[in-house]
Each structure stands twice: as structure tokens, then as C-alpha cells.
Design a protein around this ligand. Sequence first.
Ligand code: PMP
Length: 290
Amino acid sequence: MNKLSVNVGKTPLVQISKRIWAKFEGQNPSGSIKDRMASYILNDAEIKGLLKKGHTIIEATSGNSGIAFAFLGAERGYKVKIVMPCNMSEERKQMLKMYGAELIEVGAGDFDAAIKLRDEIASCKGYFNPRQFSNPLNIEAHYSGTGVEILHQHTEKIGAFVAGTGTGGTLMGTSRILKLYHPGMKTVAVEPAESPVMSGGELGPHGIQGIGDGSKFLVNLNEVDDIVIIKTEEAKDRARKLSKESGLFVGVSSGANVLGCEKLLEMYPDIEGNIITVLSDRGERYLSCM
Ligand code: PMP
């Protein structure tokens, strides 16, 4: 059967400015880059016989992974339970429910609590736990998906790959394969100024939903060449500008990523090659907070 999820990935690589290019991940079936990780992990579990129709999946998420699992669950006949901090956008919560998932909320910004509760419920009830914050398959999805696609779509030299990190799957998987073909390329993380934990700062509340979840998770800091810090308000402004001036209606973390590329070029104008990033999701799910 030709299910919608066969169309995950194969997203356009759009040019933002002379030297900046971005994968438009809002084109994925449930509207975000997280369809890649979720379908990759579920496909693997199905092949290994770990998941059968009627089983329940439980995951902790800032929203987009939950929406991705909820979409796939509805498509493939799994029940889906999502544990999420309560301060994520209303649109996210409504989308999860529209796909038929059950939402369990924990304290604002508390991803540790969400992960702990997910693990407790999964082991107590025997639910399938994709463990996106620690699962190497999350990295693999971007190594063999996002990264390979960029290599085919962009034939000029790549000087840096820039991405904000939630789980870190996008940054690690994509940059690892790009670096093999573009030696000397910089791997650059983006983090919220209000919660710069990878740069050694304090955890704090911020509004760049999807990144800066409080810990480095899958990110190996030895592979990160630079970290660019972006304020929530600057990220929102850049996202609005992308919509009005480039026709790219994207979410707040996409604004942070593009601004991260621009700041990187200001800091290192002599970087050889172009800068690649991702526009992680569409803007519709932020209307209530933009
Ligand atoms: N931006 C948004 C909007 C997201 O939902 C996520 C995933 N949490 C990311 C960026 C970061 O992706 P990753 O988990 O692969 O680091």
C-alpha cells in the first residue's frame, strides 16, 4: 500500500541568500523534520518484529516528534501517548489530538520530568519507547536521509552545517556525513541565549520551541566546532522576516537557524564554501505565540 509516510524526506533545498541554503522540512507529511526520525525508528522496530498493529508507543517531546509519531500511529494502527512540557504551543497540543494521540503534560520546560515519566510508564505497561533523546537511530536517520539528500542537492563546497539542537540528531547525523565529503567543514550548534547549557550557561525558560531542551543529549561536543547563541525575540523576528521577505512561513527554530548562519558569516567571513541549515517546521503551529 502506498502510505503517506513513504514521502518522508526528499525535501527542497532552498537558497536563502548568496551563501546560505536550507532544507525546507515543513514539507514532510506531518509538517516537520521529526518525521524522519520517527519513521526511521518505527520502520526499524517493525522490521525487527518489535512493533505490531495495536501496540502502544510512548514518547517524550517538545511537540514535533509527538506529532510525527501520532501521524505514523494513525497511519499504521498504533496507539500513541505523548509526554510533553505544558508550555508548548496550543497548536501542537491540538494537532496531537487530531491525530488521535493522548497527551500527558508535565511542568513547563521540564524535559527531564517528561523523559522520566515516559520511561516509567513504558516499562510498567510494556509500551514501545523510541527513546529519541538517546537512540543512535535518530542520528542515523539524518546521516542516511537529510545528509545524503544535501550531498545530492548541493554540488558546491560546503563550509558549515548549522542547526539548533533538541535531541541533537539533526546536527550530529547530518554533519557527520557532510564532513566526510567536505573535509574542514564546521559543525555549528545554535542554542537559545536564555538557556545556553552547551556553552556552559544556566538552564532557563526560552521560547525557541524544539531546541535547547536542557541537556546536550545526542550532541558530542568534541564534534562541534562552534556554538552560536540566539535570543528568542531575534529568532521570532527572523522567522517573521523569512515569511514576509522570502515566502518561507517557518517556525521559531528556523528563524534561529538562519540567523545563526548569518552570525557565523559575520564572525568568519572567510569560511570557504556555503552554509547549510534546516528550516525544521512550518509557521502555522506558532500562530498563538508569534
Ligand atoms: N526545531 C524544531 C521546531 C524541533 O521540533 C526540533 C526537534 N525537537 C528541532 C529543531 C531539533 O531537532 P533535533 O531533535 O534533531 O536536534
